[in-house]
Design a protein around this ligand. Structure first.
Ligand SMILES: Cc1cc2nc3c(=O)[nH]c(=O)nc-3n(C[C@H](O)[C@H](O)[C@H](O)COP(=O)(O)OP(=O)(O)OC[C@H]3O[C@@H](n4cnc5c(N)ncnc54)[C@H](O)[C@@H]3O)c2cc1C
Length: 530
């Protein structure tokens, strides 16, 4: 008789692993099947070149839910955060620069170089965001209510949300603007210095095929302030050993709880009979049976590639087909022989300019123009760069005296204009990014030893992310909460009985939060008890 698992998890991304760990802790038999040779999905560390350990996709952490760190004892399983101070450095073409970070006095001093009014306004802006976060953050670990259902539990949950919103008072309008609006008008209202606005604005476009003047970007901006690092709100840090340190710690906790985890195990098909899931078939033809299956892969792959359309209601298939996976993010991973020597803050030994995120985008108009190129299918002539050098704080990720750099860049559209070749544009764009950084740090081009360029098409191939969308689907209001992944199916269940989604395709979406996996596990355990 073949073994029947209580739960098979498709995909060993960090969310799938969280689901596996929580469900296994309840004594259920769990099997995780990961397509790649390593775990973590978009939260992973790969030794791209001997001695260089690279966070090939996600590169900084803040969002990972504290309850998961605590429940799964992730620190005991090897997870360690390296907080960054300062957290960002923006050099400008005129030779000036801006450092921001958790050190409030330093941040005030730095902003005052450009505007003393803005230096005083920043703490008030942050306090406003915190008040809105106090309302929204608890919803991250809740299953969204279904506004189309009159079930009593559902109505109570909706009423609770309404009450929380009422408590926001005048901040309620701000919360709505954050959920639906554009980042630029909010930043314009609070600040006058272009240098501060542009540094903050890059968070509003991370992973979005949008410019900060477009609706929806305020939420992306906000999404990035909802985390914490070792208990300090809004602080982002590196993970010792790279982002794979998170996934590996979760995997270790899952194994300790009894979960079995297989790599190089690609699921080719989800099996169902009479509307109920039965198990999966692997690429090599092996059939594996389970009472429940949870997919950490995006909705497009789960429903349109791993299932026959005939198994699903046509309106559901239609809704999945219309999920927005647009993306223009390109990740460039580099091995460096020396640190960038910035004109604005010279030096090739580790300094404050190397510890945080290095922003290359001098004005708001610059970002708009970079987006304009992508709108018509062309990679930006002058891209936006967010660069990090984790080896400035972590000596385990590069050989002695050498460094790794992550460049998260935009915009490189998934769909190129007719006549453009991906192979050519990929290299030309990466050259432009290296040249651009060299304008601010003239030794940079010489410092590059090796590079890996991951356009959205490469992100799709490598990590299984449809369209190269880094969040498993855009994070705009119409795709959040009770509308994620599609309206009516936000409770982690699907039209197939005992088939669940547990990855970033679900509420609360992308980012290394673990919340999707955590919420899905709660629903699976609830159903299993029934
Ligand atoms: C370039 C990039 C940069 C990012 N930067 C950050 C950042 O700095 N900080 C942050 O918080 N977030 C960041 N993100 C977002 C974040 O990494 C993701 O939202 C998150 O990791 C998604 O996790 P997941 O477990 O839901 O899904 P995934 O990580 O997508 O996991 C899905 C897993 O399923 C596997 N899989 C796919 N198909 C199959 C199959 N048929 N059979 C078996 N397995 C399969 C995949 O290989 C993968 O391991 C970034 C993402 C990208 C791509």
């Amino acid at each position: 008789m073949p073994v029947t698992y209580d739960l098979i998890v498709i995909g060993g991304g960090h969310n799938g692993l969280v689901t596996a760990a929580y469900v296994a802790r309840k004594g259920l038999t769990v099997l995780v099947l990961e397509r790649r040779e390593m775990l973590g999905g978009a939260c992973t560390t790969e030794e791209l070149w001997p001695g260089y350990k690279v966070s090939t996709a996600a590169y900084v952490n803040s969002l990972l839910r504290p309850e998961i760190i605590r429940d799964l004892e992730l620190k005991r399983h090897g997870f360690e955060m390296l907080p960054r101070n300062p957290s960002s450095f923006t050099p400008f073409p005129d030779g000036r620069s801006l450092l921001l970070g958790p050190d409030k006095a330093l941040t005030h001093r730095e902003i005052s170089k450009f505007s003393s009014k803005d230096a005083d306004a920043l703490p008030k802006y942050e306090a406003m965001l915190e008040r809105v976060a106090d309302f929204l953050e608890p919803t991250l670990v809740m299953t969204p209510p279904n506004p189309w259902s009159l079930r009593p539990g559902n109505l109570v949950q909706l009423a609770r949300l309404g009450l929380g919103f009422l408590k926001l008072g005048h901040d309620g309008q701000k919360a709505v603007e954050i959920l639906a609006g554009a980042a630029t008008p909010i930043l314009d209202r609070w600040f006058e210095a272009e240098q501060l606005k542009v540094t903050l604005a890059t968070d509003a476009i991370i992973g979005a095929m949008a410019s900060p003047s477009m609706p929806g970007t305020a939420y992306v901006l906000f999404h990035h302030v909802m985390g914490e690092c070792d208990g300090v709100r809004g602080v982002w840090g590196y993970v010792r050993g790279g982002m794979g340190g998170i996934s590996n710690a979760i995997a270790s906790a899952a194994r300790e709880a009894g979960a079995e985890i297989r790599t190089n195990a690609e699921v080719a098909k989800i099996l169902s009979r009479n509307g109920t899931v039965q198990g999966v078939v692997l690429r090599d033809g092996t059939e594996l049976h389970a009472t429940r299956v949870a997919s950490g892969v995006d909705a497009n792959v789960t429903f349109l590639k791993l299932m026959g359309n005939g198994d699903l209601p046509s309106e559901f298939v239609d809704a999945v087909r219309h999920i927005d996976y647009s993306s223009a993010s390109c990740k460039i991973n580099l091995a460096l022989g020396e640190l960038p020597d910035f004109k604005a803050v010279p030096g090739t030994t580790v300094g404050p300019q190397h510890r945080g995120t290095i922003h290359i985008s001098p004005t708001m108009e610059y970002i708009e123009r970079a987006y304009d190129d992508a709108k018509y299918g062309r990679p930006s002539q002058a891209p936006i760069i967010e660069a990090t050098i984790p080896s400035a704080l972590d000596d385990t990720v590069a050989p002695p005296g050498k460094y790794v750099m992550s460049m998260f860049t935009q915009y490189f559209p998934y769909k190129l204009a007719p006549g453009l070749s991906l192979a050519e544009e990929r290299e030309k764009y990466a050259d432009r990014c290296v040249d651009l950084m060299s304008e601010y740090a003239p030794n940079f081009k010489r410092a590059v030893i090796a590079r890996q360029v991951l356009t959205p098409v490469d992100l799709e191939e490598r990590f299984g992310l449809t369209g190269g969308n880094i969040m498993q689907g855009v994070m705009s209001l119409s795709s959040l909460s009770f509308m994620r992944p599609v309206p009516g199916y936000a409770d982690y269940r699907t039209p197939i009985r005992n088939l669940y989604l547990c990855g970033a395709a679900t509420h609360p979406g992308g980012g290394v939060m673990g919340a999707c996996g955590f919420n899905a596990a709660r629903e699976i355990i609830r159903d299993a008890r029934r």
